[in-house]
Ligand binder design. Structure first.
Ligand SMILES: Cc1ncc(COP(=O)(O)O)c(C=O)c1O
Length: 476
């Protein structure tokens, strides 16, 4: 009779413990050394055992941390419209709904699952504000001798140098001569839209889409055509192609790395096909990469800009999701539109403050930003598993949810008939903030969806909040 290898026996034992719930998602497994000592086997046997469980996607290795039980991928969110068809172009008529929702939820007492704010617990955020204070002191001293003035576009040379140092190796197309400092990613998106379109034009966006994009499109008098996106790959290329054939689309605006709200990570091959399609129709692509640094993969995913051989991609990002949205520092690498966005920046807000630019430049010097990113990504990944475990435990079975590949946002589809705006209003009365699905489209497609933020996940508070949410869903 053939003997079952020892590593296999151990793998079977752990697998059984996972199946029986003795080991739960997020639990840490013993280190290789400890497990080999307790089981009296070699470290190599333990590694073979862990390798096998990893291949079965039951556990995962986290860099510099160890092995953890994985969250089984939940049922994915049902596609908004699986047919490869985009909606007809529409005007956006959101008014100040998003502003109302954000203002109403923006209190320190709420359980913060609404707006897409990062956690403030990380050392680098505090370092940033110490840098700002130091820059302020320096300026106070210098201003006694130096004339006052604006930090005119493209912005502070030191910040541009540091941005080129950080992102240049990732993407050759990001060269220092094409970088412009902006007031957050939102201004980068706004300048990009203004550079490539004028009032009445049609812009194609993924759907569901970040509500800030919808608001910009509305305020600039543009129309949108919403292209269904998939929680694994992002914007549907088939639907986009149909839309491009049918409508005089002026530009495409999308994210490739961690879409908000779906949390997808577009495969590189999909990014290249998207770019090829845009080349075919000779259209610009506005890439919102604000969550790109927060992909849970160990290697930073490439932006679409990395494949941009003819300077048609306007790459937009900021430190808002990685460090602090309050600092309002973002940037834009606009390729062939660089002169135009520079000019638009100058005539709209003239400049971004020099002191905050210098403070961010200082933060990017050395390797502390990359170390911070490693820590933040691990924390958010762990929190994703924790919130999914709670959502699956407390919410009704009909709820579907995404399995975010990065960032800190999860998208849920609730049972039929639930009005997420009503749920948002009721939840607020219980000091729980959520983002209702109607914010993420110009049509009424996502009325029964919600987006939750798990950046600040804390076991006890979230458990209470999610149980409360489940009761409210029940009532509705
Ligand atoms: C997808 C996306 N793009 C852009 C922004 C705006 O970023 P910033 O705060 O840097 O202006 C946000 C903010 O929530 C976002 O989620």
């Amino acid at each position: 009779m053939t003997q079952i290898p020892r590593y296999q026996q151990l793998a079977d034992m752990l697998r059984q413990q996972i199946d029986q719930g003795i080991l739960s998602p997020g639990d840490k497994l013993p280190s290789v050394r400890r497990f080999s000592q307790t089981q009296k086997v070699s470290p190599g046997t333990v590694l073979s055992c862990y390798n096998q469980l990893e291949q079965l996607q039951l556990i995962e290795a986290r860099p510099q941390s160890g092995y953890y039980v994985r969250q089984p991928p939940p049922t994915r969110v049902k596609q908004p419209d699986q047919a490869v068809q985009a909606c007809d172009p529409v005007e956006v008529t959101m008014g100040d709904l998003a502003l109302q929702v954000v203002t109403a939820t923006d209190t320190a007492t709420n359980l913060p699952m609404g707006p897409a704010y990062p956690s403030n617990e990380f050392g680098l955020t505090h370092q940033l504000w110490r840098n700002v204070a130091r820059q302020g002191r320096l300026l106070a001293r210098e201003q006694a001798v130096a004339p006052l003035g604006y930090s005119v576009p493209p912005g502070e040379p030191e910040l541009i140098r540091q941005l080129a140092r950080q992102y240049g190796p990732l993407c050759m197309a990001i060269n220092p001569e094409h970088l412009l400092v902006t007031n957050g990613c939102q201004e980068a998106l706004s300048l990009s839209l203004q550079a490539v379109s004028s009032s009445g034009d049609i812009i194609a966006v993924e759907s569901p889409v970040f509500y800030g994009t919808l608001q910009l499109i509305e305020s600039l008098g543009l129309k949108i055509v919403e292209i269904p996106a998939n929680p694994d790959q992002g914007i549907s290329l088939e639907a986009l192609q149909l839309a491009l054939r049918q409508w005089p689309v002026k530009a495409v605006l999308t994210s490739a790395n961690i879409g908000n709200p779906l949390g997808y990570l577009m495969p590189d091959e999909h990014k290249q096909r998207l770019l090829k399609l845009l080349q075919e129709y000779d259209l610009p692509l506005i890439e919102d990469d604000v969550f790109g640094d927060l992909a849970y993969d160990n290697t930073r995913p490439l932006p679409i800009k990395a494949f941009d051989t003819d300077d048609r991609v306007l790459w937009c990002s900021s430190v808002s999701k990685t460090v602090d949205p309050g600092i309002r520092i973002g940037w834009l690498s606009a390729g062939r539109y660089h002169e135009k966005v520079n000019y638009l920046k100058y005539v709209s807000t003239m400049a971004s403050p020099a002191a905050t630019q210098q403070a961010v430049a200082e933060l990017l010097t050395g390797n502390s930003y990359n170390r911070h990113l490693r820590q933040v990504r691990q924390t958010y990944q762990r929190r994703r598993d924790q919130i999914i475990a709670q959502l699956q435990r407390y919410l009704p079975d009909e709820c579907r949810m995404t399995f975010p590949k990065g960032g800190f946002l999860i998208w849920l589809e609730l049972p039929r008939g639930i009005d997420s705006l009503r749920l948002h209003q009721l939840a607020l009365k219980h000091q729980i903030s959520i983002a209702p699905g109607i914010l993420f489209s110009a049509t009424d497609t996502y009325r029964r969806c919600i987006r939750l933020n798990y950046a600040c996940f804390e076991e006890a508070a979230f458990s209470r909040g999610i149980q409360q949410l489940a009761e409210l869903i029940d009532q509705l």
